[in-house]
Ligand binder design. Structure first.
Ligand code: ADP
Ligand code: MG
Ligand code: ZN
Length: 475
């Protein structure tokens, strides 16, 4: 039988803020376990939460970047459950009145509807050690987290693993560009729950969904979805029924297994947190955040392709990493040759920073790169020499102009001197010239150009030299 696949995503991202969501502990990762903790974020009884204004602003910013409406009144609720990484036995979250409602994100030709983004606190982290013990690090407890939930019950929805990945990648890019989250996948700063159901092709009745929680990494999300679609197909083809449940994806084994039959929101006994006031969000505040919204990938892509004339492909390469497109923008400010700048960055710079998982820092000052590009264009330095200089100064304190001068690479030969050299080369190679005139072989011409370049120690422009030689010998 043929089926329609329906996929819903719940995506968590840790917000970029200085401090945690409800206390003044630092929001930072990679430090000694249990050092960024206080009575509030480890959940001691009687400790009182104080809402971090910046976390609310960041949530609004995320929402605006995705076209959400912002609720004028948002409410924090307690989501009650026990787990060792959540000592107070409830998570402060939002259910009925989240900060952002009804947004969307474009995936291919589809505008995927998104139900909500709410703000909540992260839990601590369990660390299972090799000797069979489990340790708890509460540093992550209380870190502000936004959860975005797509609306799979509306058209159009995500239907394939490829679309799910495109959604996640685009979302990640928007969060990074908007400055709301770093979304470092390997640090668990962005995590997805995946909901999958199947229904007979064309049927308006949705099938039973299965949820796979907390999948790390987009590749795993992709594999988990593919696996679950096949698993449900097999069940339905055999005339069976899909159980509503939460399953755990095991990335090493490439399978999933039952974790628990599905809980629903009633099980959490949500209720408004009496320790926190409702949050009132004014029009003025929203406007202020709007006015400081950085340029987002779609907007930049439009400028790159329509205004700057770059290809879609080149624009995508530049936009893949925010620090690369920032650098590109800064270079174009200094040197308004968007295509030239793009060529240098997508080749020379990208080759030097690409790593397996992303891109490292750009280790050449924009003014130095601009100097090189400009002087190549002005024929003051040869392209190859410029690339040499780039290699020499990359990652050092050296500057392009000084280095080019030190290496004697600047083309400062005057036209008369160059004319003389060319004339001499032509005179001294009469037989070669004769051969060129009869055979018209570009290789022979290149040989003559090479001779001139040798005489000038590379300080002439090869294209100009070639043109001049042609002019002389054809006279
Ligand atoms: P829960 O309370 O079980 O987490 P939600 O209603 O919050 O369920 O939905 C979680 C996600 O699953 C949302 O993205 C939602 O759109 C999606 N979803 C709901 N029903 C289905 C379904 N039948 N098939 C696929 N996804 C679904
Ligand atoms: Mg859920
Ligand atoms: Zn704290």
């Amino acid at each position: 039988m043929e089926y329609d696949v329906v996929i819903g995503l719940e995506v968590h991202a840790e917000l970029k803020t200085n401090t945690k969501c409800f206390c003044s502990c630092k929001n930072e990762s990679g430090v000694e376990p249990n050092t960024n903790c206080c009575p509030v974020c480890i959940g001691l009884p009687g400790a009182l939460p104080v809402l971090n204004k910046k976390a609310v602003e960041q949530t609004i910013r995320a929402g605006l970047a995705l076209g959400f409406d912002i609720n004028r009144t948002a409410v924090f609720e307690r989501k009650n459950y026990f787990y060792p990484d959540l000592a107070k036995a409830y998570q402060i979250s939002q259910l009925v009145k989240p900060i952002c409602i009804k947004g969307h994100l474009r995936v291919g030709e589809k505008d995927i509807p998104i139900d909500r983004i709410h703000l909540e606190e992260d839990a601590g982290k369990l660390v299972h050690s090799n000797d069979g013990n489990t340790l708890i690090d509460y540093n992550r407890g209380g870190v502000p987290l936004i959860e975005l939930v797509t609306d799979a019950l509306q058209e159009p929805h995500i239907e394939t693993a490829d679309e799910a990945i495109e959604f996640l990648e685009k979302l990640r890019q928007i969060y990074i560009y908007a400055g709301v989250a770093d979304c470092l996948i390997e640090k668990g700063q962005m995590r997805a729950d995946v909901n999958v159901s199947l229904k007979p092709k064309g049927s308006p009745i949705y099938g039973t969904k299965v949820e796979m929680k907390n999948i790390m990494g987009f590749k795993s999300v992709y594999r988990a979805i593919q696996y679950e679609i096949e698993r449900q197909k097999d069940i339905l083809d055999d005339g069976g029924k899909v159980e509503q449940e939460t399953r755990k994806w095991d990335d090493d084994k490439g399978i999933n297994f039952t974790l628990r039959t599905k809980e629903n929101s009633q099980d959490y006994r949500y209720f408004p947190d009496p320790d926190l006031l409702a949050v009132n969000i004014s029009e003025a505040e929203i406007d202020k955040i709007k006015s400081t919204m950085p340029r987002l990938p779609d907007e930049l892509k439009k400028i790159y392709t329509e205004e700057y004339g770059l290809s879609e492909y080149d624009a995508d390469v530049l936009l893949q990493f925010k620090h690369v497109s920032d650098y590109y923008n800064e270079c174009v400010e200094l040197y308004r040759q968007p295509k030239t700048v793009c060529n240098w960055i997508t080749t020379e710079i990208m080759a030097r920073i690409k790593t397996e998982t992303g891109a490292g820092p750009i280790l050449i000052d924009k003014t130095d790169l601009v100097w090189l590009m400009k002087n190549v264009d002005d024929k003051k330095i040869n392209r190859l020499s410029a690339k040499d200089v780039l290699s020499k100064i990359w990652g050092t304190q050296l500057h392009a102009e000084q280095e080019a001068k030190r290496l004697n690479l600047i083309i400062d030969i005057d036209n008369n001197a160059l004319d003389n050299i060319i004339k001499n080369v032509v005179d001294n190679n009469a037989t070669v010239v004769q051969q060129y005139l009869t055979e018209n072989d570009p290789k022979i011409l290149n040989y003559l150009v090479g001779q001139v370049m040798k005489e000038t120690k590379g300080k002439a422009n090869a294209g100009d030299v070639m043109a001049k030689i042609k002019e002389i010998v054809n006279k």
